[in-house]
Write a protein that binds this ligand. Structure first.
Ligand code: NAD
Length: 483
């Protein structure tokens, strides 16, 4: 059986206590191999390696750091097919999606931050009243922890690691134990790109063991975490009294507001994607659809048949729109929410598990649409994170905003309208970190990324990420004037 290993100090190593976890292939439900069930001893070893590498890496000229990250980006891009296949099999997503989105984005993350660090400037403030000049150094924090989820495995893992490394930190990182494969492959590319040993260390294992050990480590200075809101709260409880810097990118329950004056055809096509891309397992998916009443019936009449045409199948099959959801327990969670349709709304399509003849043990869920009449129900309040959307009509702009904001989360929102004034009014009023108007998942890596309310604290992306991974130190020098 294939066993992945931890990557510590530039070498692939077994977990110290010799414990392993099974890794599953969602398309078939079969065990594909094992991964280290690491614990605090492995994290301590990874920390020691990162600590030893810090002085030299933090003093490495920016041009050299940049060159290594750009090389890493090239190596990932060059191995697109291998990485995309590994990602699709490990996560259950369609190969086409991993090929078009996941792996190219992982490569872009290293390229983007490899370039961004060469443009990252700090500030100076001259104070004529006291004949002094302040300037602010932006120094790396030291050893930092990066913990990522399973939905966009290498994409989100690299989104954290790349700015941390670019800024001169050394890293102990943990991918999700549910999708560890591409993160495990990353070590090889790091060595090939010339990243010095110990600069990036990758530890596999369960959250409450390996993850918790990273968060609890007394000398790991910051935690950049993406995952569920409950986990984020647990991390904050541990890290806050230790005064660690924290970036928490958490769950979402994003509204999709569709006004009667929108470009209907474009809206319909994009709404299919924003509902079901990656089996609805993107934190930015629009899982609550609100449609203005003038076009509500038209929307249903077009949307439901289009949803029913979506093809569900194994990751490597061509022509599929949705693959398998990530795990058996996640599938069961999604199906338990679908069962709420009977008491909380009306099931318009889907709602069931799909048993494929070619893969009867795979974790397939039919794309599901549930009509609801209120936001005050579990289907509208709790994150399902699967191929399930609710739909509900609204009358006015004010009502649409109130419905959209009536939720604990605040990650992103989508607005469909051809009225520019409305687009601005609504965007300003929405409680969300990201608003898309007449588009969805339209990302520019320079922009701030993150949520409000239960969707998190802090921003990633662009210089925000480089600010997070550096400590500003102000230096004030008084000069003598000639007078
Ligand atoms: P999760 O919270 O279960 O796990 C995320 C990571 O945290 C994993 O690596 C896990 O092993 C680790 N972990 C778990 N418990 C831990 C602990 N006590 N201490 C330290 N680490 C721990 O989330 P998931 O199920 O992997 O991912 C799905 C969630 O991620 C959804 O809620 C989704 O909305 C969210 N998400 C958010 C964003 C965003 O940018 N806001 C992006 C993607 C996914």
């Amino acid at each position: 059986m294939d066993r992945l290993q931890n990557f510590i100090n530039g070498e692939y190593v077994d977990p110290i206590d010799g414990k392993w976890l099974d890794n599953y292939t969602p398309s078939t439900g079969e065990v594909s191999g094992q991964i280290p069930a690491s614990n605090d001893k492995d994290v301590a070893k990874a920390y020691d390696a990162a600590k030893s590498a810090f002085e030299s890496w933090s003093q490495t000229p920016i041009e050299t750091r940049s060159r290594i990250l750009l090389k890493l980006a090239d190596l990932i891009a060059a191995d697109l097919d291998t990485l995309a296949k590994a990602e699709a099999l490990d996560n259950g997503k369609p190969l086409a999606l991993a090929t078009k989105v996941d792996i190219p984005r992982a490569s872009s993350n290293f390229r983007f931050f490899g370039n961004a660090i060469t443009q990252f400037a700090s500030e100076a403030h001259e104070n004529l009243a006291s004949d002094s000049i302040n300037f602010t150094l932006r120094q790396p924090l030291g050893v930092v922890g990066c913990i990522s989820p399973w939905n966009l495995p290498l994409y989100l893992f690299s989104w954290k690691i790349a700015p941390a490394l670019a800024a001169g930190n050394t890293v102990v990182a943990k991918p999700s134990e549910i999708t560890p494969v591409t993160a495990a492959m990353l070590g090889k590319y790091c060595n090939e790109a010339g990243l010095p040993p110990g600069v990036l260390n990758i530890v596999h294992g369960k959250g409450p063991e390996a993850g918790q050990a990273i968060v609890e480590h007394a000398n790991i200075k910051a935690i950049s975490f993406t995952g569920g809101t409950t986990t984020g709260a647990a991390i904050a409880r541990t890290a806050a009294p230790m005064f660690k810097k924290l970036s928490l990118e958490l769950g979402g329950k994003n509204p999709n507001l569709i006004f009667a004056d929108c470009d209907f055809d474009k809206m319909l096509q994009v709404t299919l994607k924003s509902s079901f891309a990656n089996q609805g397992q993107i934190c930015l998916c629009g899982s609550r659809i609100f449609v203005q009443e003038e076009i509500y019936e038209r929307f249903k009449a077009a949307f439901i048949p289009a949803v029913e045409k979506l093809k569900v199948g194994p990751s490597l099959n061509s022509g599929i729109d949705l693959g398998a959801v990530v795990s058996k327990s996640h599938m069961e969670k999604i199906l338990s929410y679908n069962a709420l349709a009977a008491s909380e709304g009306k099931l318009l399509t889907g709602g069931h598990q799909i048993k494929l003849e070619e893969a009867p043990e795979g974790y397939y869920v039919a794309p599901t649409v549930i009509e609801v009449a209120t936001t005050q129900c579990r289907l509208q309040q709790e994150e399902i994170f699967g191929p399930v959307v609710t739909i509900m009509p609204f009358k006015t702009e004010e009502e649409a905003i109130a419905l959209a904001n009536d939720v604990p989360y605040g990650l992103s929102a989508t607005v469909w309208t051809s009225n520019i004034d409305r687009s601005l009014r609504v965007s300003k009023a929405l409680e969300a970190g990201i608003v898309w108007v007449n588009t969805w998942l339209n990302r520019d890596l320079r922009t701030p990324f993150g949520g409000v309310k239960a969707s998190g604290v802090g921003r990633e992306g662009g210089f925000e990420a480089l600010r997070f991974f550096t400590e500003p130190k102000n230096i004030c020098i008084q000069y003598k004037t000639n007078t």
